[in-house]
Ligand binder design. Structure first.
Ligand code: ADP
Length: 429
C-alpha cells in the first residue's frame, strides 16, 4: 500500500504534483505577465481584466513560438554532427588478415580499391614496383596499358580478368597478370591483382620447339641427299656403274650420319629420364681413361694427333656410371682430336684421389673457340662452325650430352679457350 501511495504522489500527470510541474514549466510566462502588469501600473495605465488577459495570451503565444524555435534548433544541432562522420570517414576496415595472406604469397600481389588505388602490396610486389604509398593510383605505378585496361574492365564488369605481360628489363620476364574480386572480408569492394611468372615455362616450351625444329632439320638434310641420290640412280645414272659406286659411298655416309644423330637423340632422352637419379656405382677413373684413349687411338692416328696421358699411380674413384663417364671422356677427347687437329697433340691429365676431389683436363693446341661462343657450346645443336662440325661427323649434341651426364654426377665442366692457342676442357667432380 505504501508503495502505491508513493507512486500516486510522485506521478506528475495528476493531482498537485501535476499542477506544480505545469506552473514551474510556465514560470517564464507568469514572471513576464507579472513584469508587464507591474510596468503598466508604473506607467499609470490601468487596464481592465479582459485586456490584461488578452495581453497575457499574446505574451504566452510569443513565448511558446520562441520555445519551439529553440527546441527545433537544439534538434538540428543534435543531428548535424553525424553528417560529416558518415561522409568523410567510414569506419576503417581491418585489412590485417588480408595483409597476412598477401605476405605469405611468393607471387607479387596488390590489393586494389574499386577506385583503382593500391591499398596493400606484398614483399614480392615491392621488389618489382618499389614501395607504393597506400592510396596511390595504380596507373601511377604500372604503366602497361594492357594491365590497366584489364583492371578497369574487371572492376566495371565485376568479373575476374587475366592478361599476359612481358618485361624486357632487367631480364626478359613473362607474367600472367590476373585481377579478381575479393569476396567477403570487407564491406568495401576490393580487388586482388596478382603476377605469375611464367618465364621459365615459356623458355622450356621455346627450347622444346627449337629442339624439335633443329632435330628435324638435322635429319632432313641427309634424308634429302639420300632421296636425291636414289632418284639419280633410278633415272639418269641407271646404267652408270662408276656413279653407282660413288653415290652409294655418299649414301652410306649420310645414313651413318642419320643413325649417329638418332643415337645421340636417344642418349639425350635417356639421360633426361634419369636426370634425378644419382649414380650408384663407384668408378676408378685411371683404368677408364686408359680404355678411352685406346678406343680413340685409331681416330687420333688418322688425324695425325698424339694423345698424351698423365695419370696418377693411385686409383681416383668417383661415384658414377661407368658407361656414361666413358661417353663424357670420349666426347671431350674426340672433339680435342677433331677440332684441335692442327695442334697435333692432346694432353689428358687426371688429378685427385686419396681424399682429394677428382679433376680431369683435356687440352688441345688447336684454333681455340672465340669467347662469344664459349658460353653456348653446351647447348643442343650449337656449333661454332656448322660446316666444320658436319665435315667432322659432328651432330652438335656431344657437349650437350656431356653436360647432362656431368650434372647427374654433380660434376662441373669448365671451358677455357684462347683463339690461336687452344682449348682446355676441365671436369671437376
Ligand atoms: P659436334 O658434334 O659439332 O662436335 P659438340 O657439342 O661436341 O658438337 O661441340 C659443339 C661445338 O663446339 C663444335 O661444333 C665446335 O664448334 C666446338 N668445339 C667443341 N670442342 C672444341 C675444341 N676442342 N676446339 C674447338 N672447338 C670445339
Amino acid at each position: 500500500m505504501l508503495a502505491r501511495e508513493w507512486v500516486v504522489v510522485t506521478d506528475q500527470r495528476t493531482g498537485l504534483g501535476w499542477l506544480a510541474t505545469q506552473l514551474w514549466g510556465e514560470r517564464v510566462l507568469i514572471a513576464s505577465a507579472v513584469f508587464v502588469g507591474f510596468m503598466m501600473w508604473l506607467a499609470g495605465l490601468h487596464l481592465g481584466w479582459v485586456s490584461f488577459a488578452v495581453l497575457l495570451l499574446v505574451i504566452a503565444g510569443l513565448l511558446r513560438m520562441e520555445r519551439r524555435a529553440v527546441e527545433a534548433g537544439r534538434r538540428t544541432m543534435a543531428v548535424a554532427p553525424a553528417a560529416p562522420v558518415v561522409e568523410v570517414a567510414p569506419p576503417a576496415e581491418d585489412l590485417t588478415p588480408i595483409s597476412a595472406v598477401l605476405g605469405a604469397l611468393d607471387a607479387p600481389a596488390l590489393l586494389l580499391s574499386a577506385r583503382e588505388t593500391v591499398k596493400l602490396q606484398n614483399r614480392a610486389a615491392e621488389a618489382i614496383f618499389g614501395q607504393i604509398p597506400q592510396g596511390s593510383d595504380l596507373a601511377g605505378r604500372i604503366r602497361a596499358p594492357s594491365i590497366l585496361d584489364m583492371v578497369r574492365d574487371a572492376i566495371g564488369s565485376g568479373q575476374p580478368r587475366e592478361t599476359e605481360h612481358a618485361e624486357r628489363l632487367p631480364s626478359e620476364t613473362v607474367y600472367v597478370v590476373r585481377v579478381a574480386p575479393l569476396a567477403g572480408p570487407t564491406t568495401e569492394p576490393l580487388w586482388l591483382l596478382t603476377f605469375r611468372d611464367v618465364s621459365q615455362a615459356r623458355r622450356i616450351d621455346r627450347m622444346r620447339s627449337d629442339f624439335i625444329a633443329n632435330a628435324s632439320h638435322e635429319l632432313r638434310t641427309p634424308l634429302a641427299s639420300l632421296r636425291g641420290f636414289i632418284e639419280t640412280l633410278q633415272g639418269p645414272a641407271r646404267n652408270d656403274l662408276k656413279a653407282h659406286e660413288r653415290f652409294l659411298t655418299i649414301m652410306h655416309e649420310q645414313a651413318t650420319r642419320m643413325s649417329r644423330l638418332v643415337d645421340d637423340l636417344l642418349s639425350l632422352s635417356r639421360l633426361e629420364l634419369r636426370s634425378n637419379l644419382a649414380p650408384d656405382q663407384t668408378v676408378d677413373l685411371v683404368p677408364l681413361l686408359g680404355h678411352v684413349r685406346d678406343s680413340l687411338q685409331p681416330l687420333a692416328s688418322d688425324l695425325g694427333v698424339e694423345i698424351a696421358l698423365d695419370l696418377p699411380a693411385h686409383p681416383v674413384t668417383v661415384a658414377g656410371d661407368r658407361d656414361e663417364l666413358v661417353e663424357v671422356f670420349e666426347n671431350l677427347l674426340e672433339n680435342a682430336c677433331k677440332y684441335g687437329q692442327e695442334g697435333k697433340r692432346v694432353d689428358v691429365a687426371l688429378s685427385g684421389g686419396e681424399g682429394a676431389p677428382a679433376e680431369l683436363s683435356v687440352t688441345d693446341y688447336g684454333p681455340g673457340i672465340p669467347p662469344e661462343h664459349v658460353p653456348r657450346i653446351t647447348e643442343r645443336f650449337y656449333r661454332v662452325n656448322v660446316e666444320a662440325s658436319r665435315s667432322k661427323k659432328g651432330t652438335g649434341l656431344g657437349l650437350a650430352i656431356v653436360k647432362h651426364i656431368l650434372t647427374r654426377h654433380k660434376a662441373r665442366l669448365v671451358v677455357k679457350s684462347e683463339v690461336g692457342k687452344g682449348t682446355v676442357f676441365t671436369v671437376k667432380f
